[in-house]
Design a protein around this ligand. Structure first.
Ligand code: SAM
Length: 216
């Protein structure tokens, strides 16, 4: 598996490097579910299902994707490393079927095993796994996807502004493609543009929006 460079300089002046998740959650509150998630759910909806499907929302944050999964009838394990994400998720007023929701406060660091799942959704969260832990996390994600199941989410690119931050995992396009060897790429969209982050700081965005299916 391809690993991004482990020793990168860490420019502390980049505001996003502070991992100030409560401020981030404030800024993005009320957002729509991520398009990679809804594309994956639409793909599942086009297939026959016999039982309630199970998803892991990895780096769930304040829960926009978990809320959508519950609304669409899924069982969900929502995982996040920050207590404020879990607190905001349980405080949402749009959660339905809460008997189908389990939450874990858990870091990516040391995450080497995940429950088998029909869908692993990691919306904008994987770049925050430190590079030295990424291979193990990615192996756990791949191993947990059931045959016929899917991954949905983002891999951040090597030309993204945050790629130079020491504890972030960013990949070139070909490294990203290698991560999905053996999976069917149903959606692979490379996005690169000037823009701003959730705190309105200028940012060069470079990322890959991906939905991939494990062969059945
Ligand atoms: C940019 S937010 C994305 C949240 C949500 N998935 C979304 O699409 O809005 C990244 C999330 O990853 C979580 N996160 C960051 N680093 C983490 C780590 N090392 N372990 C577990 N979760 C982490 C943060 O707490 C945050 O909720």
């Amino acid at each position: 598996m391809t690993t991004p460079p482990a020793s990168k300089p860490g420019p502390a002046w980049i505001p996003a490097s502070t991992r100030d998740w409560p401020t981030y959650f404030d800024r993005v509150a009320g957002g729509e579910p991520r398009s990679t998630l809804t594309q994956a759910l639409d793909a599942f909806d086009a297939e026959p299902d016999s039982e309630v499907r199970f998803a892991i929302d990895l780096g769930c944050g304040e829960g926009r994707d978990t809320a959508e999964l519950l609304r669409r009838g899924w069982r969900v394990l929502a995982i996040d490393g920050h207590p404020d994400g879990i607190r905001r998720l349980v405080s949402r007023d749009d959660l339905v079927h809460t008997d189908r929701l389990t939450m874990q406060m858990r870091l990516f660091e040391g995450m080497t095993e995940l429950l088998p799942a029909d869908l692993i959704s990691a919306s904008f969260s994987l770049p925050f796994c430190p590079p030295e832990h990424f291979d193990a996390l990615w192996a756990a994600i791949r191993a947990a996807i059931k045959p016929g199941g899917r991954f949905a989410g983002q891999i951040f690119g090597d030309r993204d502004s945050w790629a130079s931050i020491a504890d972030r995992s960013h990949f070139t396009r070909s490294q990203t493609e290698s991560l999905f060897d053996g999976l069917k790429l149903e959606h692979f969209d490379e996005e690169e543009r000037e823009g701003s982050d959730a705190s309105d700081n200028h940012k060069h965005w470079h990322m890959f929006h991906i939905v991939a299916q494990r062969p059945g």
